[in-house]
Design a protein around this ligand. Structure first.
Ligand code: C2E
Ligand code: MG
Ligand code: MG
Ligand code: MG
Length: 290
């Protein structure tokens, strides 16, 4: 930090910030150990098409199987990685692990797209494209179009020029892109027109509250219309009840994801869930109603 402040300036030694920096280094060490030690796992949350009941994909969501504290959600540790080298390593691990899983499912006849979340830092990192190409090559039986990268809307617009260039390059490999948490990041229509993404993911906060809040309903409707105008796909996250599903379907959003369909599942529970979903009577009725 003192170095960043410039060579000609003196930095007061601050015991408090020094203690914090040390604690952070320690946490990063533990996370590095967790990665090397295979303590990270991916859970998979299904994405379905309410028009026909098809399972269209699964989003990979990281968890830390902590030896003492149990299964930790990403909010408990991802923020510590923010902007570090290790964040890139974790994101790369996620891409490779999700592709390995997709590859195994492919061989078992479970063919669908997997989505992974990519941090802004990694998306813009110089190694990103080569890492991605290598991962796709390594799992050659997975069509690149079966990999979707979810990028935060805020990340994509933080460095527009570079994001557009990277997205274009990666799309030539065949991978898809979705703008995650869409609606939370003030992206103007001009931005959206420039960004080569396939899908808009309506942020769950709007979806969750749209049944009781007219403004949120308006935003959900607006994003669906935006997607139509710009010829992008649209998916709603945070679909917690049948009623959410019914409203979305009526508004023209057929792709959904949320606790109401399924919570994120351990990889080995996923195929079983798929078999059960086919016979889920309540959602069946919804997908058949018109
Ligand atoms: P996200 O990408 O927007 O993922 C959706 C989050 O909402 C997930 O939380 C999911 O479990 C949760 N969720 C899904 N359906 C519902 C619902 O119906 N109701 C509610 N209340 N929540 C629902 P999770 O797994 O805790 O992940 C949180 C965030 O952490 C993700 O938000 C994503 O931004 C980040 N993240 C997760 N895994 C990874 C990863 O492998 N790499 C990176 N870079 N980020 C990740
Ligand atoms: Mg996501
Ligand atoms: Mg999201
Ligand atoms: Mg989120």
């Amino acid at each position: 930090l003192a170095k960043d402040a410039g060579k000609n300036r003196y930095q007061m030694f601050d015991p408090e910030s020094d203690r914090k920096a040390q604690a952070h280094r320690k946490e990063l060490e533990l996370l590095r150990h967790a990665l090397d030690n295979g303590e990270f796992v991916l859970y998979y949350q299904p994405k379905v098409d309410l028009e026909n009941g098809d399972i269209i994909g699964a989003e990979a969501l990281i968890r830390w199987r902590h030896p003492e504290r149990g299964l930790l959600a990403p909010d408990a540790f991802l923020p510590l990685l923010h902007g570090s080298e290790l964040e890139n390593a974790v994101d790369e691990w996620v891409i490779n692990t999700a592709l390995a899983q997709a590859s195994a499912w492919h061989d078992a006849g479970l063919v669908m797209r997997v989505s992974v979340n990519v941090s802004a830092g990694y998306l813009l990192a110089p190694t990103f494209y080569a890492d991605l190409a290598r991962a796709l090559h390594r799992h050659g039986n997975v069509p690149p179009a079966h990999l979707e990268l979810e990028v935060l809307e805020t990340a994509a617009i933080a460095d527009m020029e570079q994001a557009v260039a990277i997205l274009q390059r990666c799309r030539q490999l065949g991978v898809h892109f979705a703008l995650d948490d869409f609606g939370t990041g003030y992206s103007s229509l001009t931005y959206l027109r420039k960004l080569p993404v396939d899908t808009l993911k309506i942020d769950q906060s709007f979806v969750r509250d749209m049944l009781t809040d007219a403004d949120d309903l308006g935003i959900v409707e607006g994003v669906i219309q935006l997607a139509t105008v710009f010829e992008r796909q649209v998916i709603a996250e945070g679909v917690e009840t049948l009623q959410h599903g019914a409203v979305l379907r009526r508004l023209g959003c057929r792709l959904v994801q949320g606790y109401g369909i399924a919570r994120p599942l351990a990889a080995d529970a996923f195929p079983h869930w798929c078999r059960q979903w086919q016979s889920d009577a309540a959602w069946r009725a919804l997908t058949e109603a018109s």
